[in-house]
Design a protein. Sequence first.
Length: 623
Amino acid sequence: MKFNGSLESRICILTAGLLFALLLAVGHVEMSSQKAALVEEKVEKFEVLSKILAFSYAPLGEAGDRAICREFTGRIMEADRDISYVIITDSKGDVIVADSRDGSAPKQRDEGFLNVKNVLGLFRRLAQPGGGEFNSISIPTTVGPSEKGTVTVGFSSRSINLAIEESQNLLLATFAAAFLIGLLGAMSMARAITRPLRELIHGAHSVESGDLDVTVPVTSRDELGRLASGFNRMVAALRESRDKLVERANTDGLTNLCNHRHFQERLATEISRSQRFDHSLSVIILDIDQFKALNDTHGHPVGDMVLQEIAQLLVSEVRDIDVVARYGGEEFGLILPETAASEAMIAAERLRLAIQRHCFVGKDEQTIPVTVSLGVAQYPIHSIEREGLVMAADLAMYQAKSMGRNRSAAFSTDIRDDKSTDPYKLYVLLHATDMSTIKAIAAAVDAKGQRQPGFSTAVMAHSVALGQELGLSKKEQNDVRIASLLHDIGKLGISDAVLNKQGELTDDELCILRGHPAMGYAIVQKSAQLRSMLPGILHHHERWDGDGYPNGLKGEDIPLIARVISVPDAYHAMTCKRPYREPMTPQEAQAELRRRVGTQFDPKVVDAFLRLLEREEAQGKAA
């Protein structure tokens, strides 16, 4: 363990310091108590010994013989090596005999006996350094006939100090062992405290970084254990809330299917997997036929019910590995892993028939017929990009609608063979905003329809000039410019066999061809930048008398932008060569425009266009 200022090191240092101070205090008290007990034991021993000897030397009191007194003091000092001196005094305190272990007893003076205080002072001065301090006891005794005296026994603490030193050494060894054990215990306690804290800190950092799958181990039932359990419950609650939020963010609130965003995420994942394992993958885009009319007729609650029941039918008809999503509005998207386009077409037909046969009941138990159109595209045949694959399925779906609805269609391979109409390339072009990109799309449309190069550009130039002639605003003129370039973009989704057929079209083929405005509308509406041009693309084949398509609008109900585009479009279509006829002359085309005034075209628009052509012709002659 490194002492680096961490909580663990601080706990160890604090515990070790407290333990050391406690051991020091206990040792000091123990040594003091032991020394006092030993001194007291010595005092009792010498007191008893002196009394016994005093009783044994009865002649000491009778004759007062100094030889007997010296023998007495010698016997006492032999009893214990700690006895340093013995002094016998009379009742007046004068020394009769003073004897010491080192032979330093004073001589008796001529004028009498030495005083006991002087003798004691002398002994203390003569004591060897380190010999230990002197202690003494005084015992009454008989020193002569009818005379009482005192025997003073002085002793040092040499043996006591040796015993204390041995005890100190033993105690120090005990203290060292106790300190080491205490320090190890402190380290263990510190780790027991800090390990759960470190786990909690690591878990908190994981949560902070967004990882809610972390779990802190619960190793005890104490406060730290309860804290870890509380942390785990908190993270579990956060994880549950996150999962619910993710599910809510990925789920359509009406149908409980995946929403558009999650569909795109899953499709990207499945494409990556298919690319890694070189497997097929198909996408189905499904659209409810004439859903707006259903909503308008039966009301939005019934429309919501239809969406919910179709969602349930789709889920019940597909595999567990398939993904079903509400792609937007009345559109649904399906991802079919490990599935080729031929197999996806079988699945699409099964879904179409299931919905057609299902009984949808509206208000008043009224049965509502519901059909769907489906488009199929396969990775990587039709596109290797996610956006391109979806656009290919979209184009196929609108092709199915143009063929009369209530049918399935796969993205046409002959369309895919034309590299200029790659669905992903089209997606990228539609999300660009510069005119050069839009002109590139128009050129691709011209090439697909075998029109002369620059057809869409010529229509655009006359449409913008016509808008100026009619007094349109700058923004309206700009909408006319782009819409006139892209008005036939829906033909990108039509088979070359139909689009460039030499002979007369069958009813089904004519229906497909007339579906190109709706298909163009579906393509361009994917681009937020081009949505203001949608009326010109969708309605440029409407007729002034109401016999046009796709919605049969009449007169001024037709958006002005579509009425403006339709006249130059018809003029240039008549004057260019087609596979099935020769081109008209400008004069023949103008005569045809005049003939169709009030039936196919807006009279005011045709008049303005003819004026424009007259000015151009006059300017050409002048040049």
